[in-house]
Design a protein around this ligand. Structure first.
Ligand SMILES: [Zn+2]
Length: 273
């Protein structure tokens, strides 16, 4: 599932292909991908508009249009946005195509069909769903401590809660907790100041490294040029990709289920204290 580093990579790599381009057509192979407005209104409002910017907030991509509408895209479980010349065979599992004025198109590929497109005048609904951006300067250890204060849920579940911190999903939560030596079941509000500081440092380090590596292609994620990211080659535990034994202590990596999410950790390096 695309998380912050994957969506950031899509934003960075899509931008030069689409900036200042005019949308000349839309093909909805699966109309259910457009959540709002109606399909008819979506078509009529989007065609003819220029793309003026792309930003990211959490796992959302926000594409600004010259009409002052915003195209808000969530890739969800299995979505990718791929830029390709119209003359080439489209990728498999394409649900929507945005045709640009230079004979290229943006293909929304989504095998599992959870991805969502919205065309809106106002993006404040995103803010209502999200906590702070972990890579912003303003995200300090004190901010993280404040988000976790008095919370009794396991720290793993809190890291996945987009209202606590935006953009982290199952892969990077497991990696950050492993790197910080924190047991995933530990109640969020019980982290010591030292643990919170360590976790804050590892969250940022791991997310930045994953962006450097253009995201993790563990499942169906592709970069806009159709290639894979390489962040998963550095995984120590996430998705079981680090192997069956811990690279630090040699003990077994265990898989448990926390709030319905498979969680990998090392019981020796991440003990319940
Ligand atoms: Zn270990």
């Amino acid at each position: 599932m695309p998380e912050l580093p994957e969506v950031e990579t899509v934003k960075n790599e899509l931008l030069p292909h689409v900036i200042d381009r005019r949308i000349v057509g839309v093909t909805l192979v699966w109309e259910g991908i457009v959540k709002e407005p109606s399909v008819e209104e979506f078509r009529s409002r989007i065609i003819g508009q220029e793309i003026t910017d792309i930003t990211r907030r959490g796992k959302y991509l926000v594409i600004s249009l010259s009409s002052e509408d915003f195209l808000v895209i969530h890739l969800k479980m299995s979505g990718s946005l791929i830029v390709s010349p119209d003359s080439l065979e489209p990728p498999r599992f394409v649900r929507a195509v945005i045709h640009l004025d230079n004979d290229t198109s943006v293909f929304f590929r989504d095998p599992r069909k959870f991805g969502v497109i919205r065309l809106v005048k106002d993006t404040s609904f995103i803010e209502d769903k999200l906590g702070p951006e972990p890579l912003e300067e303003s995200f300090t250890p004190q901010v993280l401590a404040g988000r976790l204060a008095n919370r009794t849920a396991p720290i793993k579940a809190l890291l996945l809660d987009q209202k606590v911190i935006a953009g982290i999903g199952n892969m990077y939560a497991d990696e950050a907790l492993y790197a910080a030596g924190i047991n995933p079941w530990k109640p969020g509000g019980s982290l010591t100041p030292q643990e919170t500081e360590h976790l804050h440092h590892e969250i940022r380090r791991i997310l930045w490294a994953a962006i450097e590596n253009k995201g993790a292609s563990v499942d169906t994620y592709f970069r806009p040029n159709g290639s894979e990211g390489s962040a998963h080659y550095e995984f120590k535990v996430a998705h079981g990709l680090g192997g069956k034994t811990c690279s630090v202590c040699g003990g077994p990596i265990e898989r448990v289920v926390i709030r319905n999410r498979g969680t990998y950790y090392c019981p020796r390096c991440q003990p319940i204290k």
